[in-house]
Design a binder for this molecule. Structure first.
Ligand code: NDP
Length: 324
């Protein structure tokens, strides 16, 4: 048996229950993992509240790190005791679970379990956003919303290391100062400043070639208006609510714009892509170019409080849950 955070209906943080669940032995191609740290991500909230549908009852969470505790038939790439992490398979908020061996990445010695759980989902996301959805070049000036969040602080540092100039946005002056300490050149407090006006000022009226927008409903329109002609809006989240249906003619009016709505699952679907993206992430972290800020830790049983804090915009950087 393993203790887990499970929900039987969609709703607020109160639907999360700390329950004992059966784990069982790994089947062919699977391993069992004794989890040491679990990443908390905004997608966990969308799944809990039903914005993204999952089969019920569900164990919450999409990312964790730990040790292999049993190996199923046919698994040759891993052995008991190996240090591993994963993203993208719901059911992570628990002490022990089964996982397909081909979805795991092995952790370098220099990466701790809590660090891995704090960065794998967020860091792989930053990798595809800034190296694949739009390949950022030295000197590019980019707009990155929610720059003091988990994804945001990794993005600020990684973009700076590429020689890009980052305009961040965040919901308080303290969060803006944090984004600037992590490499943003400017940060707009979007509770008090007008995003489009500030971006136009900062770019001499030109606009930016790419906007990374995970806030969704509240920023989508402003994001389009910050782009230069042929610019790309990468809409990758809905922290303020889903983006309403888009009238395509707005893209013509604002200068032959592009919009993409990517997801990490597409970019990591092939094992070779998962491995190469993880290798690049581990390299920027172990070299010290990107530091992982674990600013909030909770015991696994307090996952509901972690959700309350993330939803209420009380967190910065990454949050992890620790099984006891
Ligand atoms: P964050 O730590 O960035 O937390 C979300 C932040 O969004 C908040 O701290 C807050 O920062 C900002 N925000 C703005 N408006 C609201 C609102 N109304 N309610 C709550 N928060 C708001 O979370 P993560 O790092 O886990 O994820 C960042 C975003 O990236 C999420 O939207 C997530 O869904 C998305 N994502 C998408 C992926 C993909 O592949 N498509 C993969 C990974 C993440 P502030 O107070 O500064 O505004």
């Amino acid at each position: 048996m393993s203790m887990a955070i499970r929900f039987h209906e969609f709703g607020g943080p109160e639907v999360l229950r700390y329950e004992a669940v059966e784990v069982g032995e790994p089947g062919p191609g699977e391993v069992r993992i004794r989890q040491r740290a679990i990443g908390v991500n905004f997608v966990d909230i969308y799944q809990r509240n039903g914005l993204y549908q999952v089969a019920l009852p569900a164990i919450a969470g999409n990312e964790a790190a730990g040790e292999v505790s049993a190996v199923g038939a046919g698994v040759t790439s891993l052995k008991v005791g190996d240090r591993v992490a994963y993203v993208g398979k719901v059911g992570a908020y628990c002490e022990e679970r089964l996982m397909p061996a081909d979805r795991l990445v092995q952790l370098p010695e220099a990466i701790g379990f809590d660090q891995a759980a704090a960065m794998l989902l967020k860091g792989l996301t930053v990798q595809y956003l800034i190296r694949q959805s739009y390949r950022v070049e030295p000197g590019d000036i980019v707009l990155f919303h929610a720059a003091a969040g988990g994804v945001g602080l990794i993005a600020c540092q990684w973009l700076k290391s590429l020689g890009a100039r980052v305009i961040g946005t965040a919901g308080s002056d303290e969060k803006c100062a944090l984004a600037i300490r992590h490499g943003a050149e400017y940060c707009i407090n979007y509770r008090t400043e007008n995003i489009v006006e500030r971006v136009k000022e900062l770019t001499g009226g030109a606009g930016v070639p790419v906007v990374y927008d995970s806030v969704g409903k509240e920023t989508f329109d402003a994001s389009l208006r910050c782009l230069r002609p042929y610019g790309l809006l990468v809409s990758f989240g809905n922290a303020s609510g889903p983006v309403p249906p888009l009238d395509l003619s707005i893209l013509a009016q604002l200068g032959s714009l592009y919009v993409t709505r990517p997801t990490l699952n597409t970019y990591t679907a092939k094992r070779a892509d998962l491995e190469s993206m993880a290798a690049e992430l581990f390299q920027v972290v172990t070299s010290g170019m990107v530091k992982i800020d674990i600013n909030h830790r909770y015991p696994l049983k307090d996952a509901a409080q972690a959700h309350r804090d993330l939803e209420a915009r009380r967190t910065t950087g990454s949050t992890v849950l620790i099984p006891e």
